[in-house]
Design a protein around this ligand. Structure first.
Ligand code: PGA
Length: 237
Protein backbone atom coordinates (compact mmCIF):
# COMPACT_ATOMS: atom_id res chain seq x y z
CA UNK A 1 0.00 0.00 0.00
CA UNK A 2 1.19 3.50 -0.83
CA UNK A 3 2.15 5.54 2.23
CA UNK A 4 0.17 8.69 2.92
CA UNK A 5 2.03 11.66 4.40
CA UNK A 6 -0.23 14.51 5.45
CA UNK A 7 0.76 18.07 6.41
CA UNK A 8 -1.65 19.65 8.89
CA UNK A 9 -0.78 23.35 9.03
CA UNK A 10 -3.49 24.07 11.63
CA UNK A 11 -4.05 27.87 11.98
CA UNK A 12 -0.76 28.83 10.28
CA UNK A 13 0.88 30.78 8.62
CA UNK A 14 -0.42 34.36 8.89
CA UNK A 15 -0.07 35.44 5.25
CA UNK A 16 -0.57 34.11 1.76
CA UNK A 17 3.04 35.01 0.91
CA UNK A 18 4.29 32.70 3.66
CA UNK A 19 1.87 29.99 2.56
CA UNK A 20 3.18 30.23 -1.01
CA UNK A 21 6.76 29.82 0.23
CA UNK A 22 5.86 26.63 2.03
CA UNK A 23 3.90 25.26 -0.97
CA UNK A 24 6.87 25.97 -3.25
CA UNK A 25 9.41 24.39 -0.89
CA UNK A 26 7.32 21.26 -0.50
CA UNK A 27 6.52 21.01 -4.22
CA UNK A 28 10.16 21.11 -5.22
CA UNK A 29 11.24 18.64 -2.57
CA UNK A 30 8.65 15.91 -3.02
CA UNK A 31 8.63 15.57 -6.77
CA UNK A 32 8.82 11.92 -7.79
CA UNK A 33 8.47 10.40 -4.30
CA UNK A 34 6.56 7.13 -3.89
CA UNK A 35 4.28 8.31 -1.08
CA UNK A 36 1.06 10.20 -1.55
CA UNK A 37 1.66 13.68 -0.10
CA UNK A 38 -1.33 15.78 0.97
CA UNK A 39 -1.20 19.37 2.23
CA UNK A 40 -3.96 20.59 4.53
CA UNK A 41 -3.59 24.36 4.83
CA UNK A 42 -6.25 26.70 6.27
CA UNK A 43 -9.27 26.98 3.92
CA UNK A 44 -8.24 30.45 2.69
CA UNK A 45 -4.97 29.13 1.19
CA UNK A 46 -6.40 26.08 -0.57
CA UNK A 47 -7.22 27.75 -3.85
CA UNK A 48 -3.86 29.49 -4.12
CA UNK A 49 -2.01 26.28 -3.31
CA UNK A 50 -4.03 24.28 -5.78
CA UNK A 51 -3.52 26.69 -8.66
CA UNK A 52 0.19 27.32 -8.02
CA UNK A 53 1.20 23.75 -7.22
CA UNK A 54 -1.29 21.56 -9.09
CA UNK A 55 0.65 18.31 -8.73
CA UNK A 56 0.43 18.37 -4.93
CA UNK A 57 -2.71 16.92 -3.35
CA UNK A 58 -4.83 18.97 -1.00
CA UNK A 59 -7.04 18.42 1.99
CA UNK A 60 -9.17 20.56 4.30
CA UNK A 61 -8.80 20.52 8.08
CA UNK A 62 -12.53 20.35 8.77
CA UNK A 63 -15.94 20.38 7.07
CA UNK A 64 -19.58 20.76 8.15
CA UNK A 65 -22.27 18.09 7.94
CA UNK A 66 -25.13 20.18 6.52
CA UNK A 67 -25.50 20.78 2.77
CA UNK A 68 -25.90 24.56 2.71
CA UNK A 69 -27.67 27.50 4.27
CA UNK A 70 -27.64 29.48 7.49
CA UNK A 71 -24.54 28.06 9.17
CA UNK A 72 -22.32 31.11 9.61
CA UNK A 73 -18.64 30.35 9.44
CA UNK A 74 -18.98 26.80 8.13
CA UNK A 75 -17.71 25.16 4.92
CA UNK A 76 -19.63 22.44 3.06
CA UNK A 77 -18.47 19.25 1.38
CA UNK A 78 -19.77 20.59 -1.96
CA UNK A 79 -17.56 23.69 -1.63
CA UNK A 80 -14.50 21.53 -1.07
CA UNK A 81 -15.38 19.09 -3.82
CA UNK A 82 -16.11 21.85 -6.34
CA UNK A 83 -12.77 23.45 -5.53
CA UNK A 84 -11.03 20.15 -6.33
CA UNK A 85 -10.04 19.24 -2.78
CA UNK A 86 -9.48 15.50 -2.40
CA UNK A 87 -9.12 14.89 1.35
CA UNK A 88 -10.58 16.18 4.59
CA UNK A 89 -9.33 15.75 8.16
CA UNK A 90 -12.24 14.92 10.48
CA UNK A 91 -12.26 14.59 14.26
CA UNK A 92 -8.90 16.11 15.08
CA UNK A 93 -8.42 16.25 18.86
CA UNK A 94 -8.18 20.05 18.74
CA UNK A 95 -11.64 20.13 17.13
CA UNK A 96 -12.91 17.78 19.83
CA UNK A 97 -11.32 19.83 22.61
CA UNK A 98 -11.83 23.47 21.55
CA UNK A 99 -14.89 23.19 19.31
CA UNK A 100 -16.92 20.64 21.23
CA UNK A 101 -16.95 18.03 18.47
CA UNK A 102 -18.32 14.71 19.63
CA UNK A 103 -18.13 11.19 18.25
CA UNK A 104 -21.70 11.77 16.97
CA UNK A 105 -20.97 15.01 15.07
CA UNK A 106 -17.80 13.44 13.72
CA UNK A 107 -19.89 10.51 12.46
CA UNK A 108 -22.19 12.92 10.60
CA UNK A 109 -19.22 14.71 9.06
CA UNK A 110 -17.62 11.46 7.92
CA UNK A 111 -20.86 10.33 6.26
CA UNK A 112 -21.29 13.66 4.53
CA UNK A 113 -17.71 13.74 3.29
CA UNK A 114 -17.87 10.19 1.92
CA UNK A 115 -21.21 10.90 0.20
CA UNK A 116 -19.57 13.87 -1.50
CA UNK A 117 -16.70 11.69 -2.73
CA UNK A 118 -14.06 13.15 -0.41
CA UNK A 119 -11.40 10.95 1.17
CA UNK A 120 -11.40 11.11 4.94
CA UNK A 121 -8.52 11.29 7.41
CA UNK A 122 -10.36 10.33 10.59
CA UNK A 123 -8.43 11.23 13.74
CA UNK A 124 -8.68 9.26 16.95
CA UNK A 125 -6.56 9.07 20.09
CA UNK A 126 -6.65 8.87 23.86
CA UNK A 127 -5.76 11.60 26.36
CA UNK A 128 -2.99 11.18 28.95
CA UNK A 129 -5.61 10.62 31.69
CA UNK A 130 -7.38 7.94 29.67
CA UNK A 131 -4.09 6.19 28.97
CA UNK A 132 -3.01 6.30 32.61
CA UNK A 133 -6.38 4.89 33.65
CA UNK A 134 -5.82 1.92 31.32
CA UNK A 135 -8.67 3.00 29.06
CA UNK A 136 -6.80 3.55 25.82
CA UNK A 137 -8.31 0.69 23.83
CA UNK A 138 -11.78 1.34 25.21
CA UNK A 139 -11.57 4.97 24.04
CA UNK A 140 -10.19 4.06 20.62
CA UNK A 141 -12.91 1.47 20.15
CA UNK A 142 -15.67 3.93 21.10
CA UNK A 143 -14.29 6.60 18.77
CA UNK A 144 -14.04 4.11 15.91
CA UNK A 145 -17.42 2.44 16.42
CA UNK A 146 -19.36 5.69 16.78
CA UNK A 147 -17.36 7.63 14.21
CA UNK A 148 -17.77 4.98 11.52
CA UNK A 149 -21.30 3.86 12.45
CA UNK A 150 -23.37 3.29 9.31
CA UNK A 151 -20.40 3.47 6.92
CA UNK A 152 -19.94 0.12 5.29
CA UNK A 153 -17.65 1.26 2.54
CA UNK A 154 -14.28 1.91 4.18
CA UNK A 155 -12.37 2.40 0.95
CA UNK A 156 -12.03 6.19 1.27
CA UNK A 157 -11.32 6.19 4.98
CA UNK A 158 -7.87 6.56 6.50
CA UNK A 159 -7.50 6.59 10.28
CA UNK A 160 -4.87 8.75 11.95
CA UNK A 161 -3.91 7.48 15.40
CA UNK A 162 -2.92 10.57 17.32
CA UNK A 163 -2.48 10.13 21.08
CA UNK A 164 -3.58 13.53 22.43
CA UNK A 165 -0.65 13.65 24.86
CA UNK A 166 1.79 13.30 21.94
CA UNK A 167 0.44 16.20 19.85
CA UNK A 168 2.62 19.29 19.81
CA UNK A 169 4.47 18.19 22.95
CA UNK A 170 7.69 16.70 21.58
CA UNK A 171 6.65 13.63 23.56
CA UNK A 172 5.98 11.23 20.67
CA UNK A 173 4.49 7.79 21.29
CA UNK A 174 7.08 4.99 21.19
CA UNK A 175 7.18 2.93 18.02
CA UNK A 176 6.38 -0.23 20.03
CA UNK A 177 3.29 1.25 21.64
CA UNK A 178 2.21 2.75 18.31
CA UNK A 179 2.51 -0.69 16.71
CA UNK A 180 0.14 -2.21 19.26
CA UNK A 181 -2.39 0.56 18.75
CA UNK A 182 -2.13 0.42 14.96
CA UNK A 183 -2.85 -3.33 15.05
CA UNK A 184 -5.75 -2.82 17.43
CA UNK A 185 -7.24 -0.02 15.30
CA UNK A 186 -6.90 -2.03 12.10
CA UNK A 187 -8.63 -5.01 13.73
CA UNK A 188 -11.51 -3.03 15.27
CA UNK A 189 -12.15 -0.75 12.30
CA UNK A 190 -11.41 -2.87 9.25
CA UNK A 191 -9.69 0.20 7.79
CA UNK A 192 -6.44 -0.59 6.04
CA UNK A 193 -4.55 2.67 5.92
CA UNK A 194 -3.62 3.74 9.45
CA UNK A 195 -1.40 6.79 10.02
CA UNK A 196 0.49 7.89 13.11
CA UNK A 197 0.53 11.51 14.28
CA UNK A 198 1.99 13.29 17.30
CA UNK A 199 5.33 15.13 17.41
CA UNK A 200 6.58 13.56 14.19
CA UNK A 201 10.00 14.90 13.11
CA UNK A 202 12.51 13.72 10.54
CA UNK A 203 14.48 12.02 13.35
CA UNK A 204 11.61 9.68 14.22
CA UNK A 205 9.48 9.54 11.04
CA UNK A 206 11.32 6.70 9.29
CA UNK A 207 10.91 4.41 12.30
CA UNK A 208 7.13 4.86 12.33
CA UNK A 209 6.86 4.01 8.66
CA UNK A 210 9.23 1.06 8.78
CA UNK A 211 8.56 -0.44 12.21
CA UNK A 212 5.12 0.54 13.53
CA UNK A 213 2.99 -1.14 10.89
CA UNK A 214 1.44 2.23 9.99
CA UNK A 215 1.01 3.38 6.40
CA UNK A 216 1.75 7.04 6.83
CA UNK A 217 2.00 10.10 9.04
CA UNK A 218 -0.03 13.13 10.02
CA UNK A 219 2.47 15.91 10.64
CA UNK A 220 1.57 19.16 12.41
CA UNK A 221 4.27 21.58 13.55
CA UNK A 222 7.07 20.09 11.43
CA UNK A 223 5.01 20.48 8.24
CA UNK A 224 5.36 24.27 8.34
CA UNK A 225 9.08 23.97 7.67
CA UNK A 226 9.35 22.79 4.06
CA UNK A 227 12.89 21.38 4.37
CA UNK A 228 11.94 19.41 7.46
CA UNK A 229 8.67 18.19 5.94
CA UNK A 230 10.50 17.07 2.80
CA UNK A 231 12.98 15.14 4.99
CA UNK A 232 10.02 13.44 6.68
CA UNK A 233 8.50 12.50 3.30
CA UNK A 234 11.85 11.16 2.09
CA UNK A 235 12.34 9.12 5.27
CA UNK A 236 9.38 7.02 4.11
CA UNK A 237 11.05 6.12 0.79
P1 PGA B 1 2.24 17.77 15.80
O1 PGA B 1 0.68 17.72 15.42
O2 PGA B 1 2.99 17.09 14.68
O3 PGA B 1 2.56 19.23 15.88
O4 PGA B 1 2.39 17.05 17.10
C1 PGA B 1 0.11 16.60 14.82
C2 PGA B 1 -1.35 16.86 14.59
O5 PGA B 1 -1.99 17.51 15.41
O6 PGA B 1 -1.90 16.41 13.56
Amino acid sequence: MQNLIVANWKMNPASIAEAKNIFEGIKNGVEGVNSEVVICPPFVYLECGMSDTPHLKFGAQNVYFEDKGAFTGEISTAMLKNLGVEYVIIGHSERRKYFAETDETINKKIKKALDAGLKVIFCIGETAEEREAGKKNEVLERQIKTGLDGNENLENINIAYEPVWAIGTGNNCSVEETKESVEFIRKISGVERILYGGSVKSENSGAYIKESGSNGLLVGGASLNPEEFVRIVKSAE
